[in-house]
Structure formats: structure tokens, C-alpha cells
Design a protein around this ligand. Structure first.
Ligand code: GDP
Ligand code: IMO
Ligand code: MG
Length: 422
């Protein structure tokens, strides 16, 4: 973590890799932690001292009282959900008001954006994306079509702007014959959330961050979602609507590419995906169920079953390429304890043709696996890499050789303490 640099910590597969945990562990080494994309579709779990928090919009650096946390311009924010999340932290004894800054340029998720999210999903029928229902797609669409509302809008003439946009949404919903909704109660909470947000510094966060960088401070950019859910590089159209990749750090925080330092790519020792879309390594058998069970693979936001499978090196290598990943972080290694055989997908195959490059569409491709012997040992109480069983060392070495990228951290449990540097 060089001074005056922005390091990025990015989920490099389908999300839920454990970004929240590692950002929390890394925070003491940084001056600022900033979210650059996404909104309350994210669910970042942090566990320490017997306490558990799931953050959605607030950066995972918030538990270190001395650090500035920023919700950057590339994010979208729902005032009602933000208020609930922040109040939960305040109740737990964390003082947020001065050290959580929100970009005036971040876009607002209106209650009617969430209704639109549901309406668009319903209209897609069996082709639905399986969104989190948080209004993410409609809000980013509106940002791109230049009709959205931003956090800075709450500072002037807000009611008028809000009513105009809401009326526009109601018109769209009526055109879609989607009338089965009632947002009265939700809207009241949402307006309370807007008032609550006014108590936080609503700032030009890009200027703040760049000033800090010039003073030699360092920034950790916390990713949300994962590379395979990126609007450009993911499995479109089964993606989220933001730039979750390294380029998104620059646009979502207003920092220049030459300020980027380390790029940490975080992945699990196996694969998961929530929602619809192609997933070549998905297991439909008992092994998939076993991984889900042991790994508690149920969505942090929606509670849905996460689809499970073996590690996908095609996806990993693609993500390393588009993000410029300089270090890998392997999470949830302990979940594979006791498996006789562990598999990793090293190529995709279709119609007798094999590829190790990410195809335009991964639908219909099947995985080509390489098998590794599993380990007997329980990893959860290990404290250093030299205690790793030989089988785990071999698995990690294979990943490093295939990806030409070092695995510098291995996580062996959900707690802050269960994090091993190599
Ligand atoms: P994020 O969205 O990338 O921050 O990840 P999530 O919080 O959605 O999902 C990761 C889940 O795995 C959470 O429930 C974490 O508490 C848990 N977790 C993180 N690291 C480990 C690990 O090394 N081992 C185990 N067993 N669980 C972990
Ligand atoms: P974190 O930050 C896993 C998935 C949804 C759906 C698709 C689009 O916790 O890793 P959206 O609501 O964004 O329009 O949904 O993206 N998705 C996630 N999956 N982790 C996440 O966030 C996700 N955020 C969105 O399940 O398939
Ligand atoms: Mg998550």
C-alpha cells in the first residue's frame, strides 16, 4: 500500500467472495476506504469479536473509528435503506456522522425504481435476471439516460424534482400495465431517510480523495459485486448495471488510472453465483449441495440459495486480465476441508472445441476439470501458511502457476482473525 495510491480490492467472480471481511482486515493500513460502485444490492459480511454485521451501502472500513469512509460518485444509494443500515451501526456504538462522506454525484434509488425493477423482471418472464430487487438497473439506466436524481439534488428544490421523476415512473409503470404496487409507507420512510442523510457530509468526494492522495495518504477502493457481473465484462445480460471492475474505480471515485497501486483480486476456493445466467461449473449434485451447506451459501441480501460449483480458472484468468490483478486472495478454503477430491475448471469445451479464453457467451460450454487430492485437516484454527497441509499448498501453487499471479492471502474462516498472509 504505497502512499498517495489507490489500491483496489475487487471481487473477481460472481460476488460474495468475502470482500467485506478483507476490507475490514486491511483498513488499519489505509487512510480512506471508499465504495465506487453498486448500492444495496451488495451484502458485505464482517465478523469480529463475536459480532456480525452485513453492510450494503456503507464501506467495510467503518469499524476502524479513525478512518474516513466514502460512498463515491459511482454508487447508487437508497436513503431509507441507508438510514436503517447506519442506525444499526449507531445503535452498536459506532459514530458515523463525521467520518462517512457521501458523494453529491451518487445517484438516488427512488421507491419507484424498485417497483420498476420488479416490473421489468416480471416482463422478462423466464429470462429474468434474478435481480436483488433493489432498483439497481432502473437507477443506473436513468443515470445513463440523464434523467436521474443525485444526492446533491436533495439540497435544493428536492420535492419538486422528486415528484416529477416519480410521475415519470408511474407513467412507465402504467404503460407496462404494472399497477400492483403501493409505495405509500415505503415513500414515507424514504423521505425520512433523505432528512437523515442531510446529517452526513455530502461532498465532492473526488476532490477530497485527490487532495488526500496529493498529501501522500492512501485509499482502499472496495469493490461490490464481481467481475462476471460487470455491465461490460460480465455474462451480459445476466449482470448488474455498474462497472464493478478496475476501470470502475477510476470513474466511480474520480481518480486517474496512474493513481492505482495494487489490485487485489478476491475469489473463493470454489465458485458460487446468485440469480440467473450461465454458470458452466455449476454442480447440480450432492457435491454442490454439500458446498452450499458447509459454506452457508445463501444470499446475504435476499437469502436465496447460491448456486455452487468448483473453481473456474477460465473466469479467474479473464478477471485478472481485465482488472490488472496484482495479488490474489483466496477465501473460504476451510469449506473444502474433508473433500476427497477437489476439482478446478481449466478450460471450457463445446462441440469438441476447447478454450481457455472467456467466450462471448458461456451458455452451453462445459467445464474441463483437473482433479486434486483433498486434505483431511481442519483449516479453521491454523495461524500461518507453513501449517497448511501439502494438498492445499499444491492446490494454491497450481492456481498461481495457471494465473501467473501470487496468492498472498488465504482465508480459513469468517472471522477477522482467520486470515493468513503468505
Ligand atoms: P462479499 O459480498 O464479497 O463481502 O461476501 P459476503 O459477505 O456476501 O459472503 C461471504 C460469506 O462468507 C460471509 O458469510 C462471510 O462471513 C463468509 N466468509 C468469509 N470468509 C470466509 C472464510 O474464509 N471461511 C468461511 N467459512 N466463511 C467465510
Ligand atoms: P456483493 O457485493 C452476488 C446479482 C444478482 C443478479 C444480478 C443483478 O455482495 O458481492 P442487481 O440487483 O444488481 O440488478 O442484480 O447481480 N448480484 C449479486 N450477486 N453478490 C452481489 O453483491 C450481488 N449484487 C448483485 O443476484 O443475478
Ligand atoms: Mg455479498
Amino acid at each position: 500500500m504505497a502512499k498517495g495510491k489507490v489500491d483496489a480490492l475487487l471481487g473477481i467472480v460472481f460476488g460474495d467472495e468475502g470482500k467485506g471481511k478483507v476490507v475490514d482486515v486491511f483498513t488499519p493500513k489505509y487512510d480512506i476506504v471508499a465504495r465506487f460502485a453498486g448500492g444495496p444490492n451488495a451484502g458485505h459480511t464482517i465478523i469480529f469479536e463475536g459480532k456480525k454485521f452485513v453492510l450494503r451501502s456503507i464501506p467495510s472500513g467503518i469499524f476502524d473509528e479513525g478512518k474516513l469512509n466514502i460512498i463515491g460518485n459511482g454508487c447508487v444509494i437508497a436513503p431509507d435503506l441507508f438510514m436503517a443500515e447506519a442506525q444499526e451501526l449507531e445503535t452498536a456504538g459506532y459514530n458515523l456522522k463525521e467520518r462517512l462522506h457521501i458523494s453529491k454525484r451518487a445517484h438516488l434509488i427512488l421507491p419507484t425504481h424498485r417497483v420498476l425493477d420488479r416490473a421489468y423482471e416480471a416482463a422478462k418472464g423466464k429470462n429474468k435476471v434474478g435481480t436483488t430487487g433493489k432498483g439497481i438497473g432502473p437507477t443506473y439506466s436513468e443515470k445513463a439516460s440523464r434523467t436521474g436524481l443525485r444526492v446533491g439534488d436533495i439540497l435544493e428544490n428536492f420535492q419538486q424534482k422528486y415528484q416529477m421523476l416519480k410521475a415519470r415512473h408511474e407513467q412507465i409503470l402504467s404503460d407496462l400495465h404494472y399497477t400492483d404496487y403501493d409505495i405509500a409507507e415505503e415513500e414515507q420512510k424514504w423521505m425520512e431517510g433523505v432528512e437523515y442523510m442531510r446529517q452526513f457530509p455530502l461532498t465532492d468526494t473526488e476532490t477530497e480523495i485527490n487532495q488526500a492522495l496529493r498529501q501522500g495518504k492512501n485509499v482502499l477502493a472496495e469493490g461490490a459485486q464481481g467481475t462476471m457481473l460487470d455491465i461490460d465484462h460480465g455474462t451480459y445480460p445476466f449482470v448488474s448495471s455498474s462497472s464493478t471492475t478496475c476501470g470502475g474505480v477510476c470513474t466511480g471515485l474520480g481518480v486517474a488510472p496512474n493513481t492505482i497501486g495494487e489490485v487485489f483480486g478476491i475469489f473463493k476456493a470454489y465458485s458460487t453465483r446468485v440469480g440467473s445466467g450461465p454458470f458452466p461449473v455449476e454442480l447440480f449434485d450432492e457435491t454442490g449441495d454439500k458446498i452450499r451447506e458447509i459454506g452457508h451459501e445463501y444470499g446475504a441480501v435476499t437469502g436465496r440459495n447460491r448456486r455452487c460449483g468448483w473453481l473456474d480458472l477460465v473466469a479467474l484468468k479473464y478477471a485478472i486480465m481485465v482488472n490488472g490483478v496484482s495479488q490474489l486472495i483466496m477465501m473460504k478454503s476451510d469449506v473444502l476441508d474433508g473433500f476427497d477430491t477437489i476439482r478446478a475448471c481449466i478450460a471450457y469445451e463445446k462441440d469438441g472445441v476447447q478454450t481457455t479464453d472467456m467466450p462471448y457467451d458461456t451458455e452451453g460450454w462445459t467445464p474441463v476439470y483437473r482433479d486434486f487430492p483433498g486434505w483431511e485437516q481442519n483449516l479453521t484454527s491454523l495461524t500461518s501458511a507453513d501449517q497448511f497441509p501439502q494438498e492445499l499448498k499444491d492446490y494454491i501453487r497450481f492456481i498461481e502457476e495457471e494465473t501467473e499471479t501470487p496468492v498472498t492471502i488465504v482465508s480459513v474462516g469468517p472471522d477477522r482473525e482467520q486470515t493468513i498472509s503468505r
